[in-house]
Design a protein around this ligand. Structure first.
Ligand SMILES: [Zn+2]
Length: 198
């Protein structure tokens, strides 16, 4: 699997398949990607431009600076926890380093073309679901858990965020919680208990 960067949905559409294009958190030559066609695009190849295109960002409503940007009109709330900004402002927020410190990391935003999220729950607590990124046509394995863990760490997810998304706990301070049945993922992280794939 390739290492990914966070990707955000835009309002620009793919000139080939008509699906929504995404943009990556780290600037590349091409500002837009189609995950369906696995192709990159320049704005001039689409019917959109960077002023008419919006980017959807998962942000924390409680965050003071999010509130400031809302007040200044640089952001508008699109959905619960999802905020719209122009592509132009998105690049500014990224260039000044604001984005990486404020964006909420979600597994959906790390998906590359041909990948899916395998949802799972613990047998002990089946009402809370977690997820792991894997290739669409592969079986769920511990390798996928390890890859997902590394991708989250690359995006500077903290231990709390890693638990929230994947149910993996770090052994530090949790030695008493970990037992032999738990899956040892990597770097001291364990996935607790028997899991049920959903
Ligand atoms: Zn496409």
């Amino acid at each position: 699997m390739r290492r990914s960067k966070l990707k955000f949905k835009t309002t620009a559409v793919c000139p080939k398949c008509g699906k929504t294009l995404v943009t990556e958190s780290a600037y590349r030559d091409y500002p837009l990607q189609c995950l369906e066609c696995d192709e990159d695009f320049y704005f001039m190849e689409t019917n959109d431009d960077e002023y008419s295109t919006d980017v959807l960002l998962p942000l924390n409503t409680e965050d003071e600076t999010v509130q400031e940007l809302l007040g200044a009109g640089n952001l508008t709330e699109a959905d619960k926890g999802l905020f719209k900004t122009s592509f132009h402002d998105f690049r500014l927020l990224e260039t000044c380093g604001w984005l990486k410190d404020h964006v909420e990391i979600q597994l959906e935003n790390l998906l590359e073309a041909g990948e899916k999220i395998q949802k799972y729950a613990s047998e002990d607590d089946p009402y809370f679901t977690f997820g792991c990124i894997m290739d669409e046509d592969e079986e769920f394995t511990a390798d996928a858990l390890e890859d997902t863990l590394h991708r989250l760490i690359d995006e500077r997810a903290n231990r709390y965020k890693i638990y929230e998304l994947t149910r993996m706990i770090h052994e530090d301070g949790n030695e008493a919680l970990i037992n032999q049945d738990d899956i040892s993922v990597d770097l001291g992280y364990y996935l607790k208990g028997n899991i049920i794939l959903i």
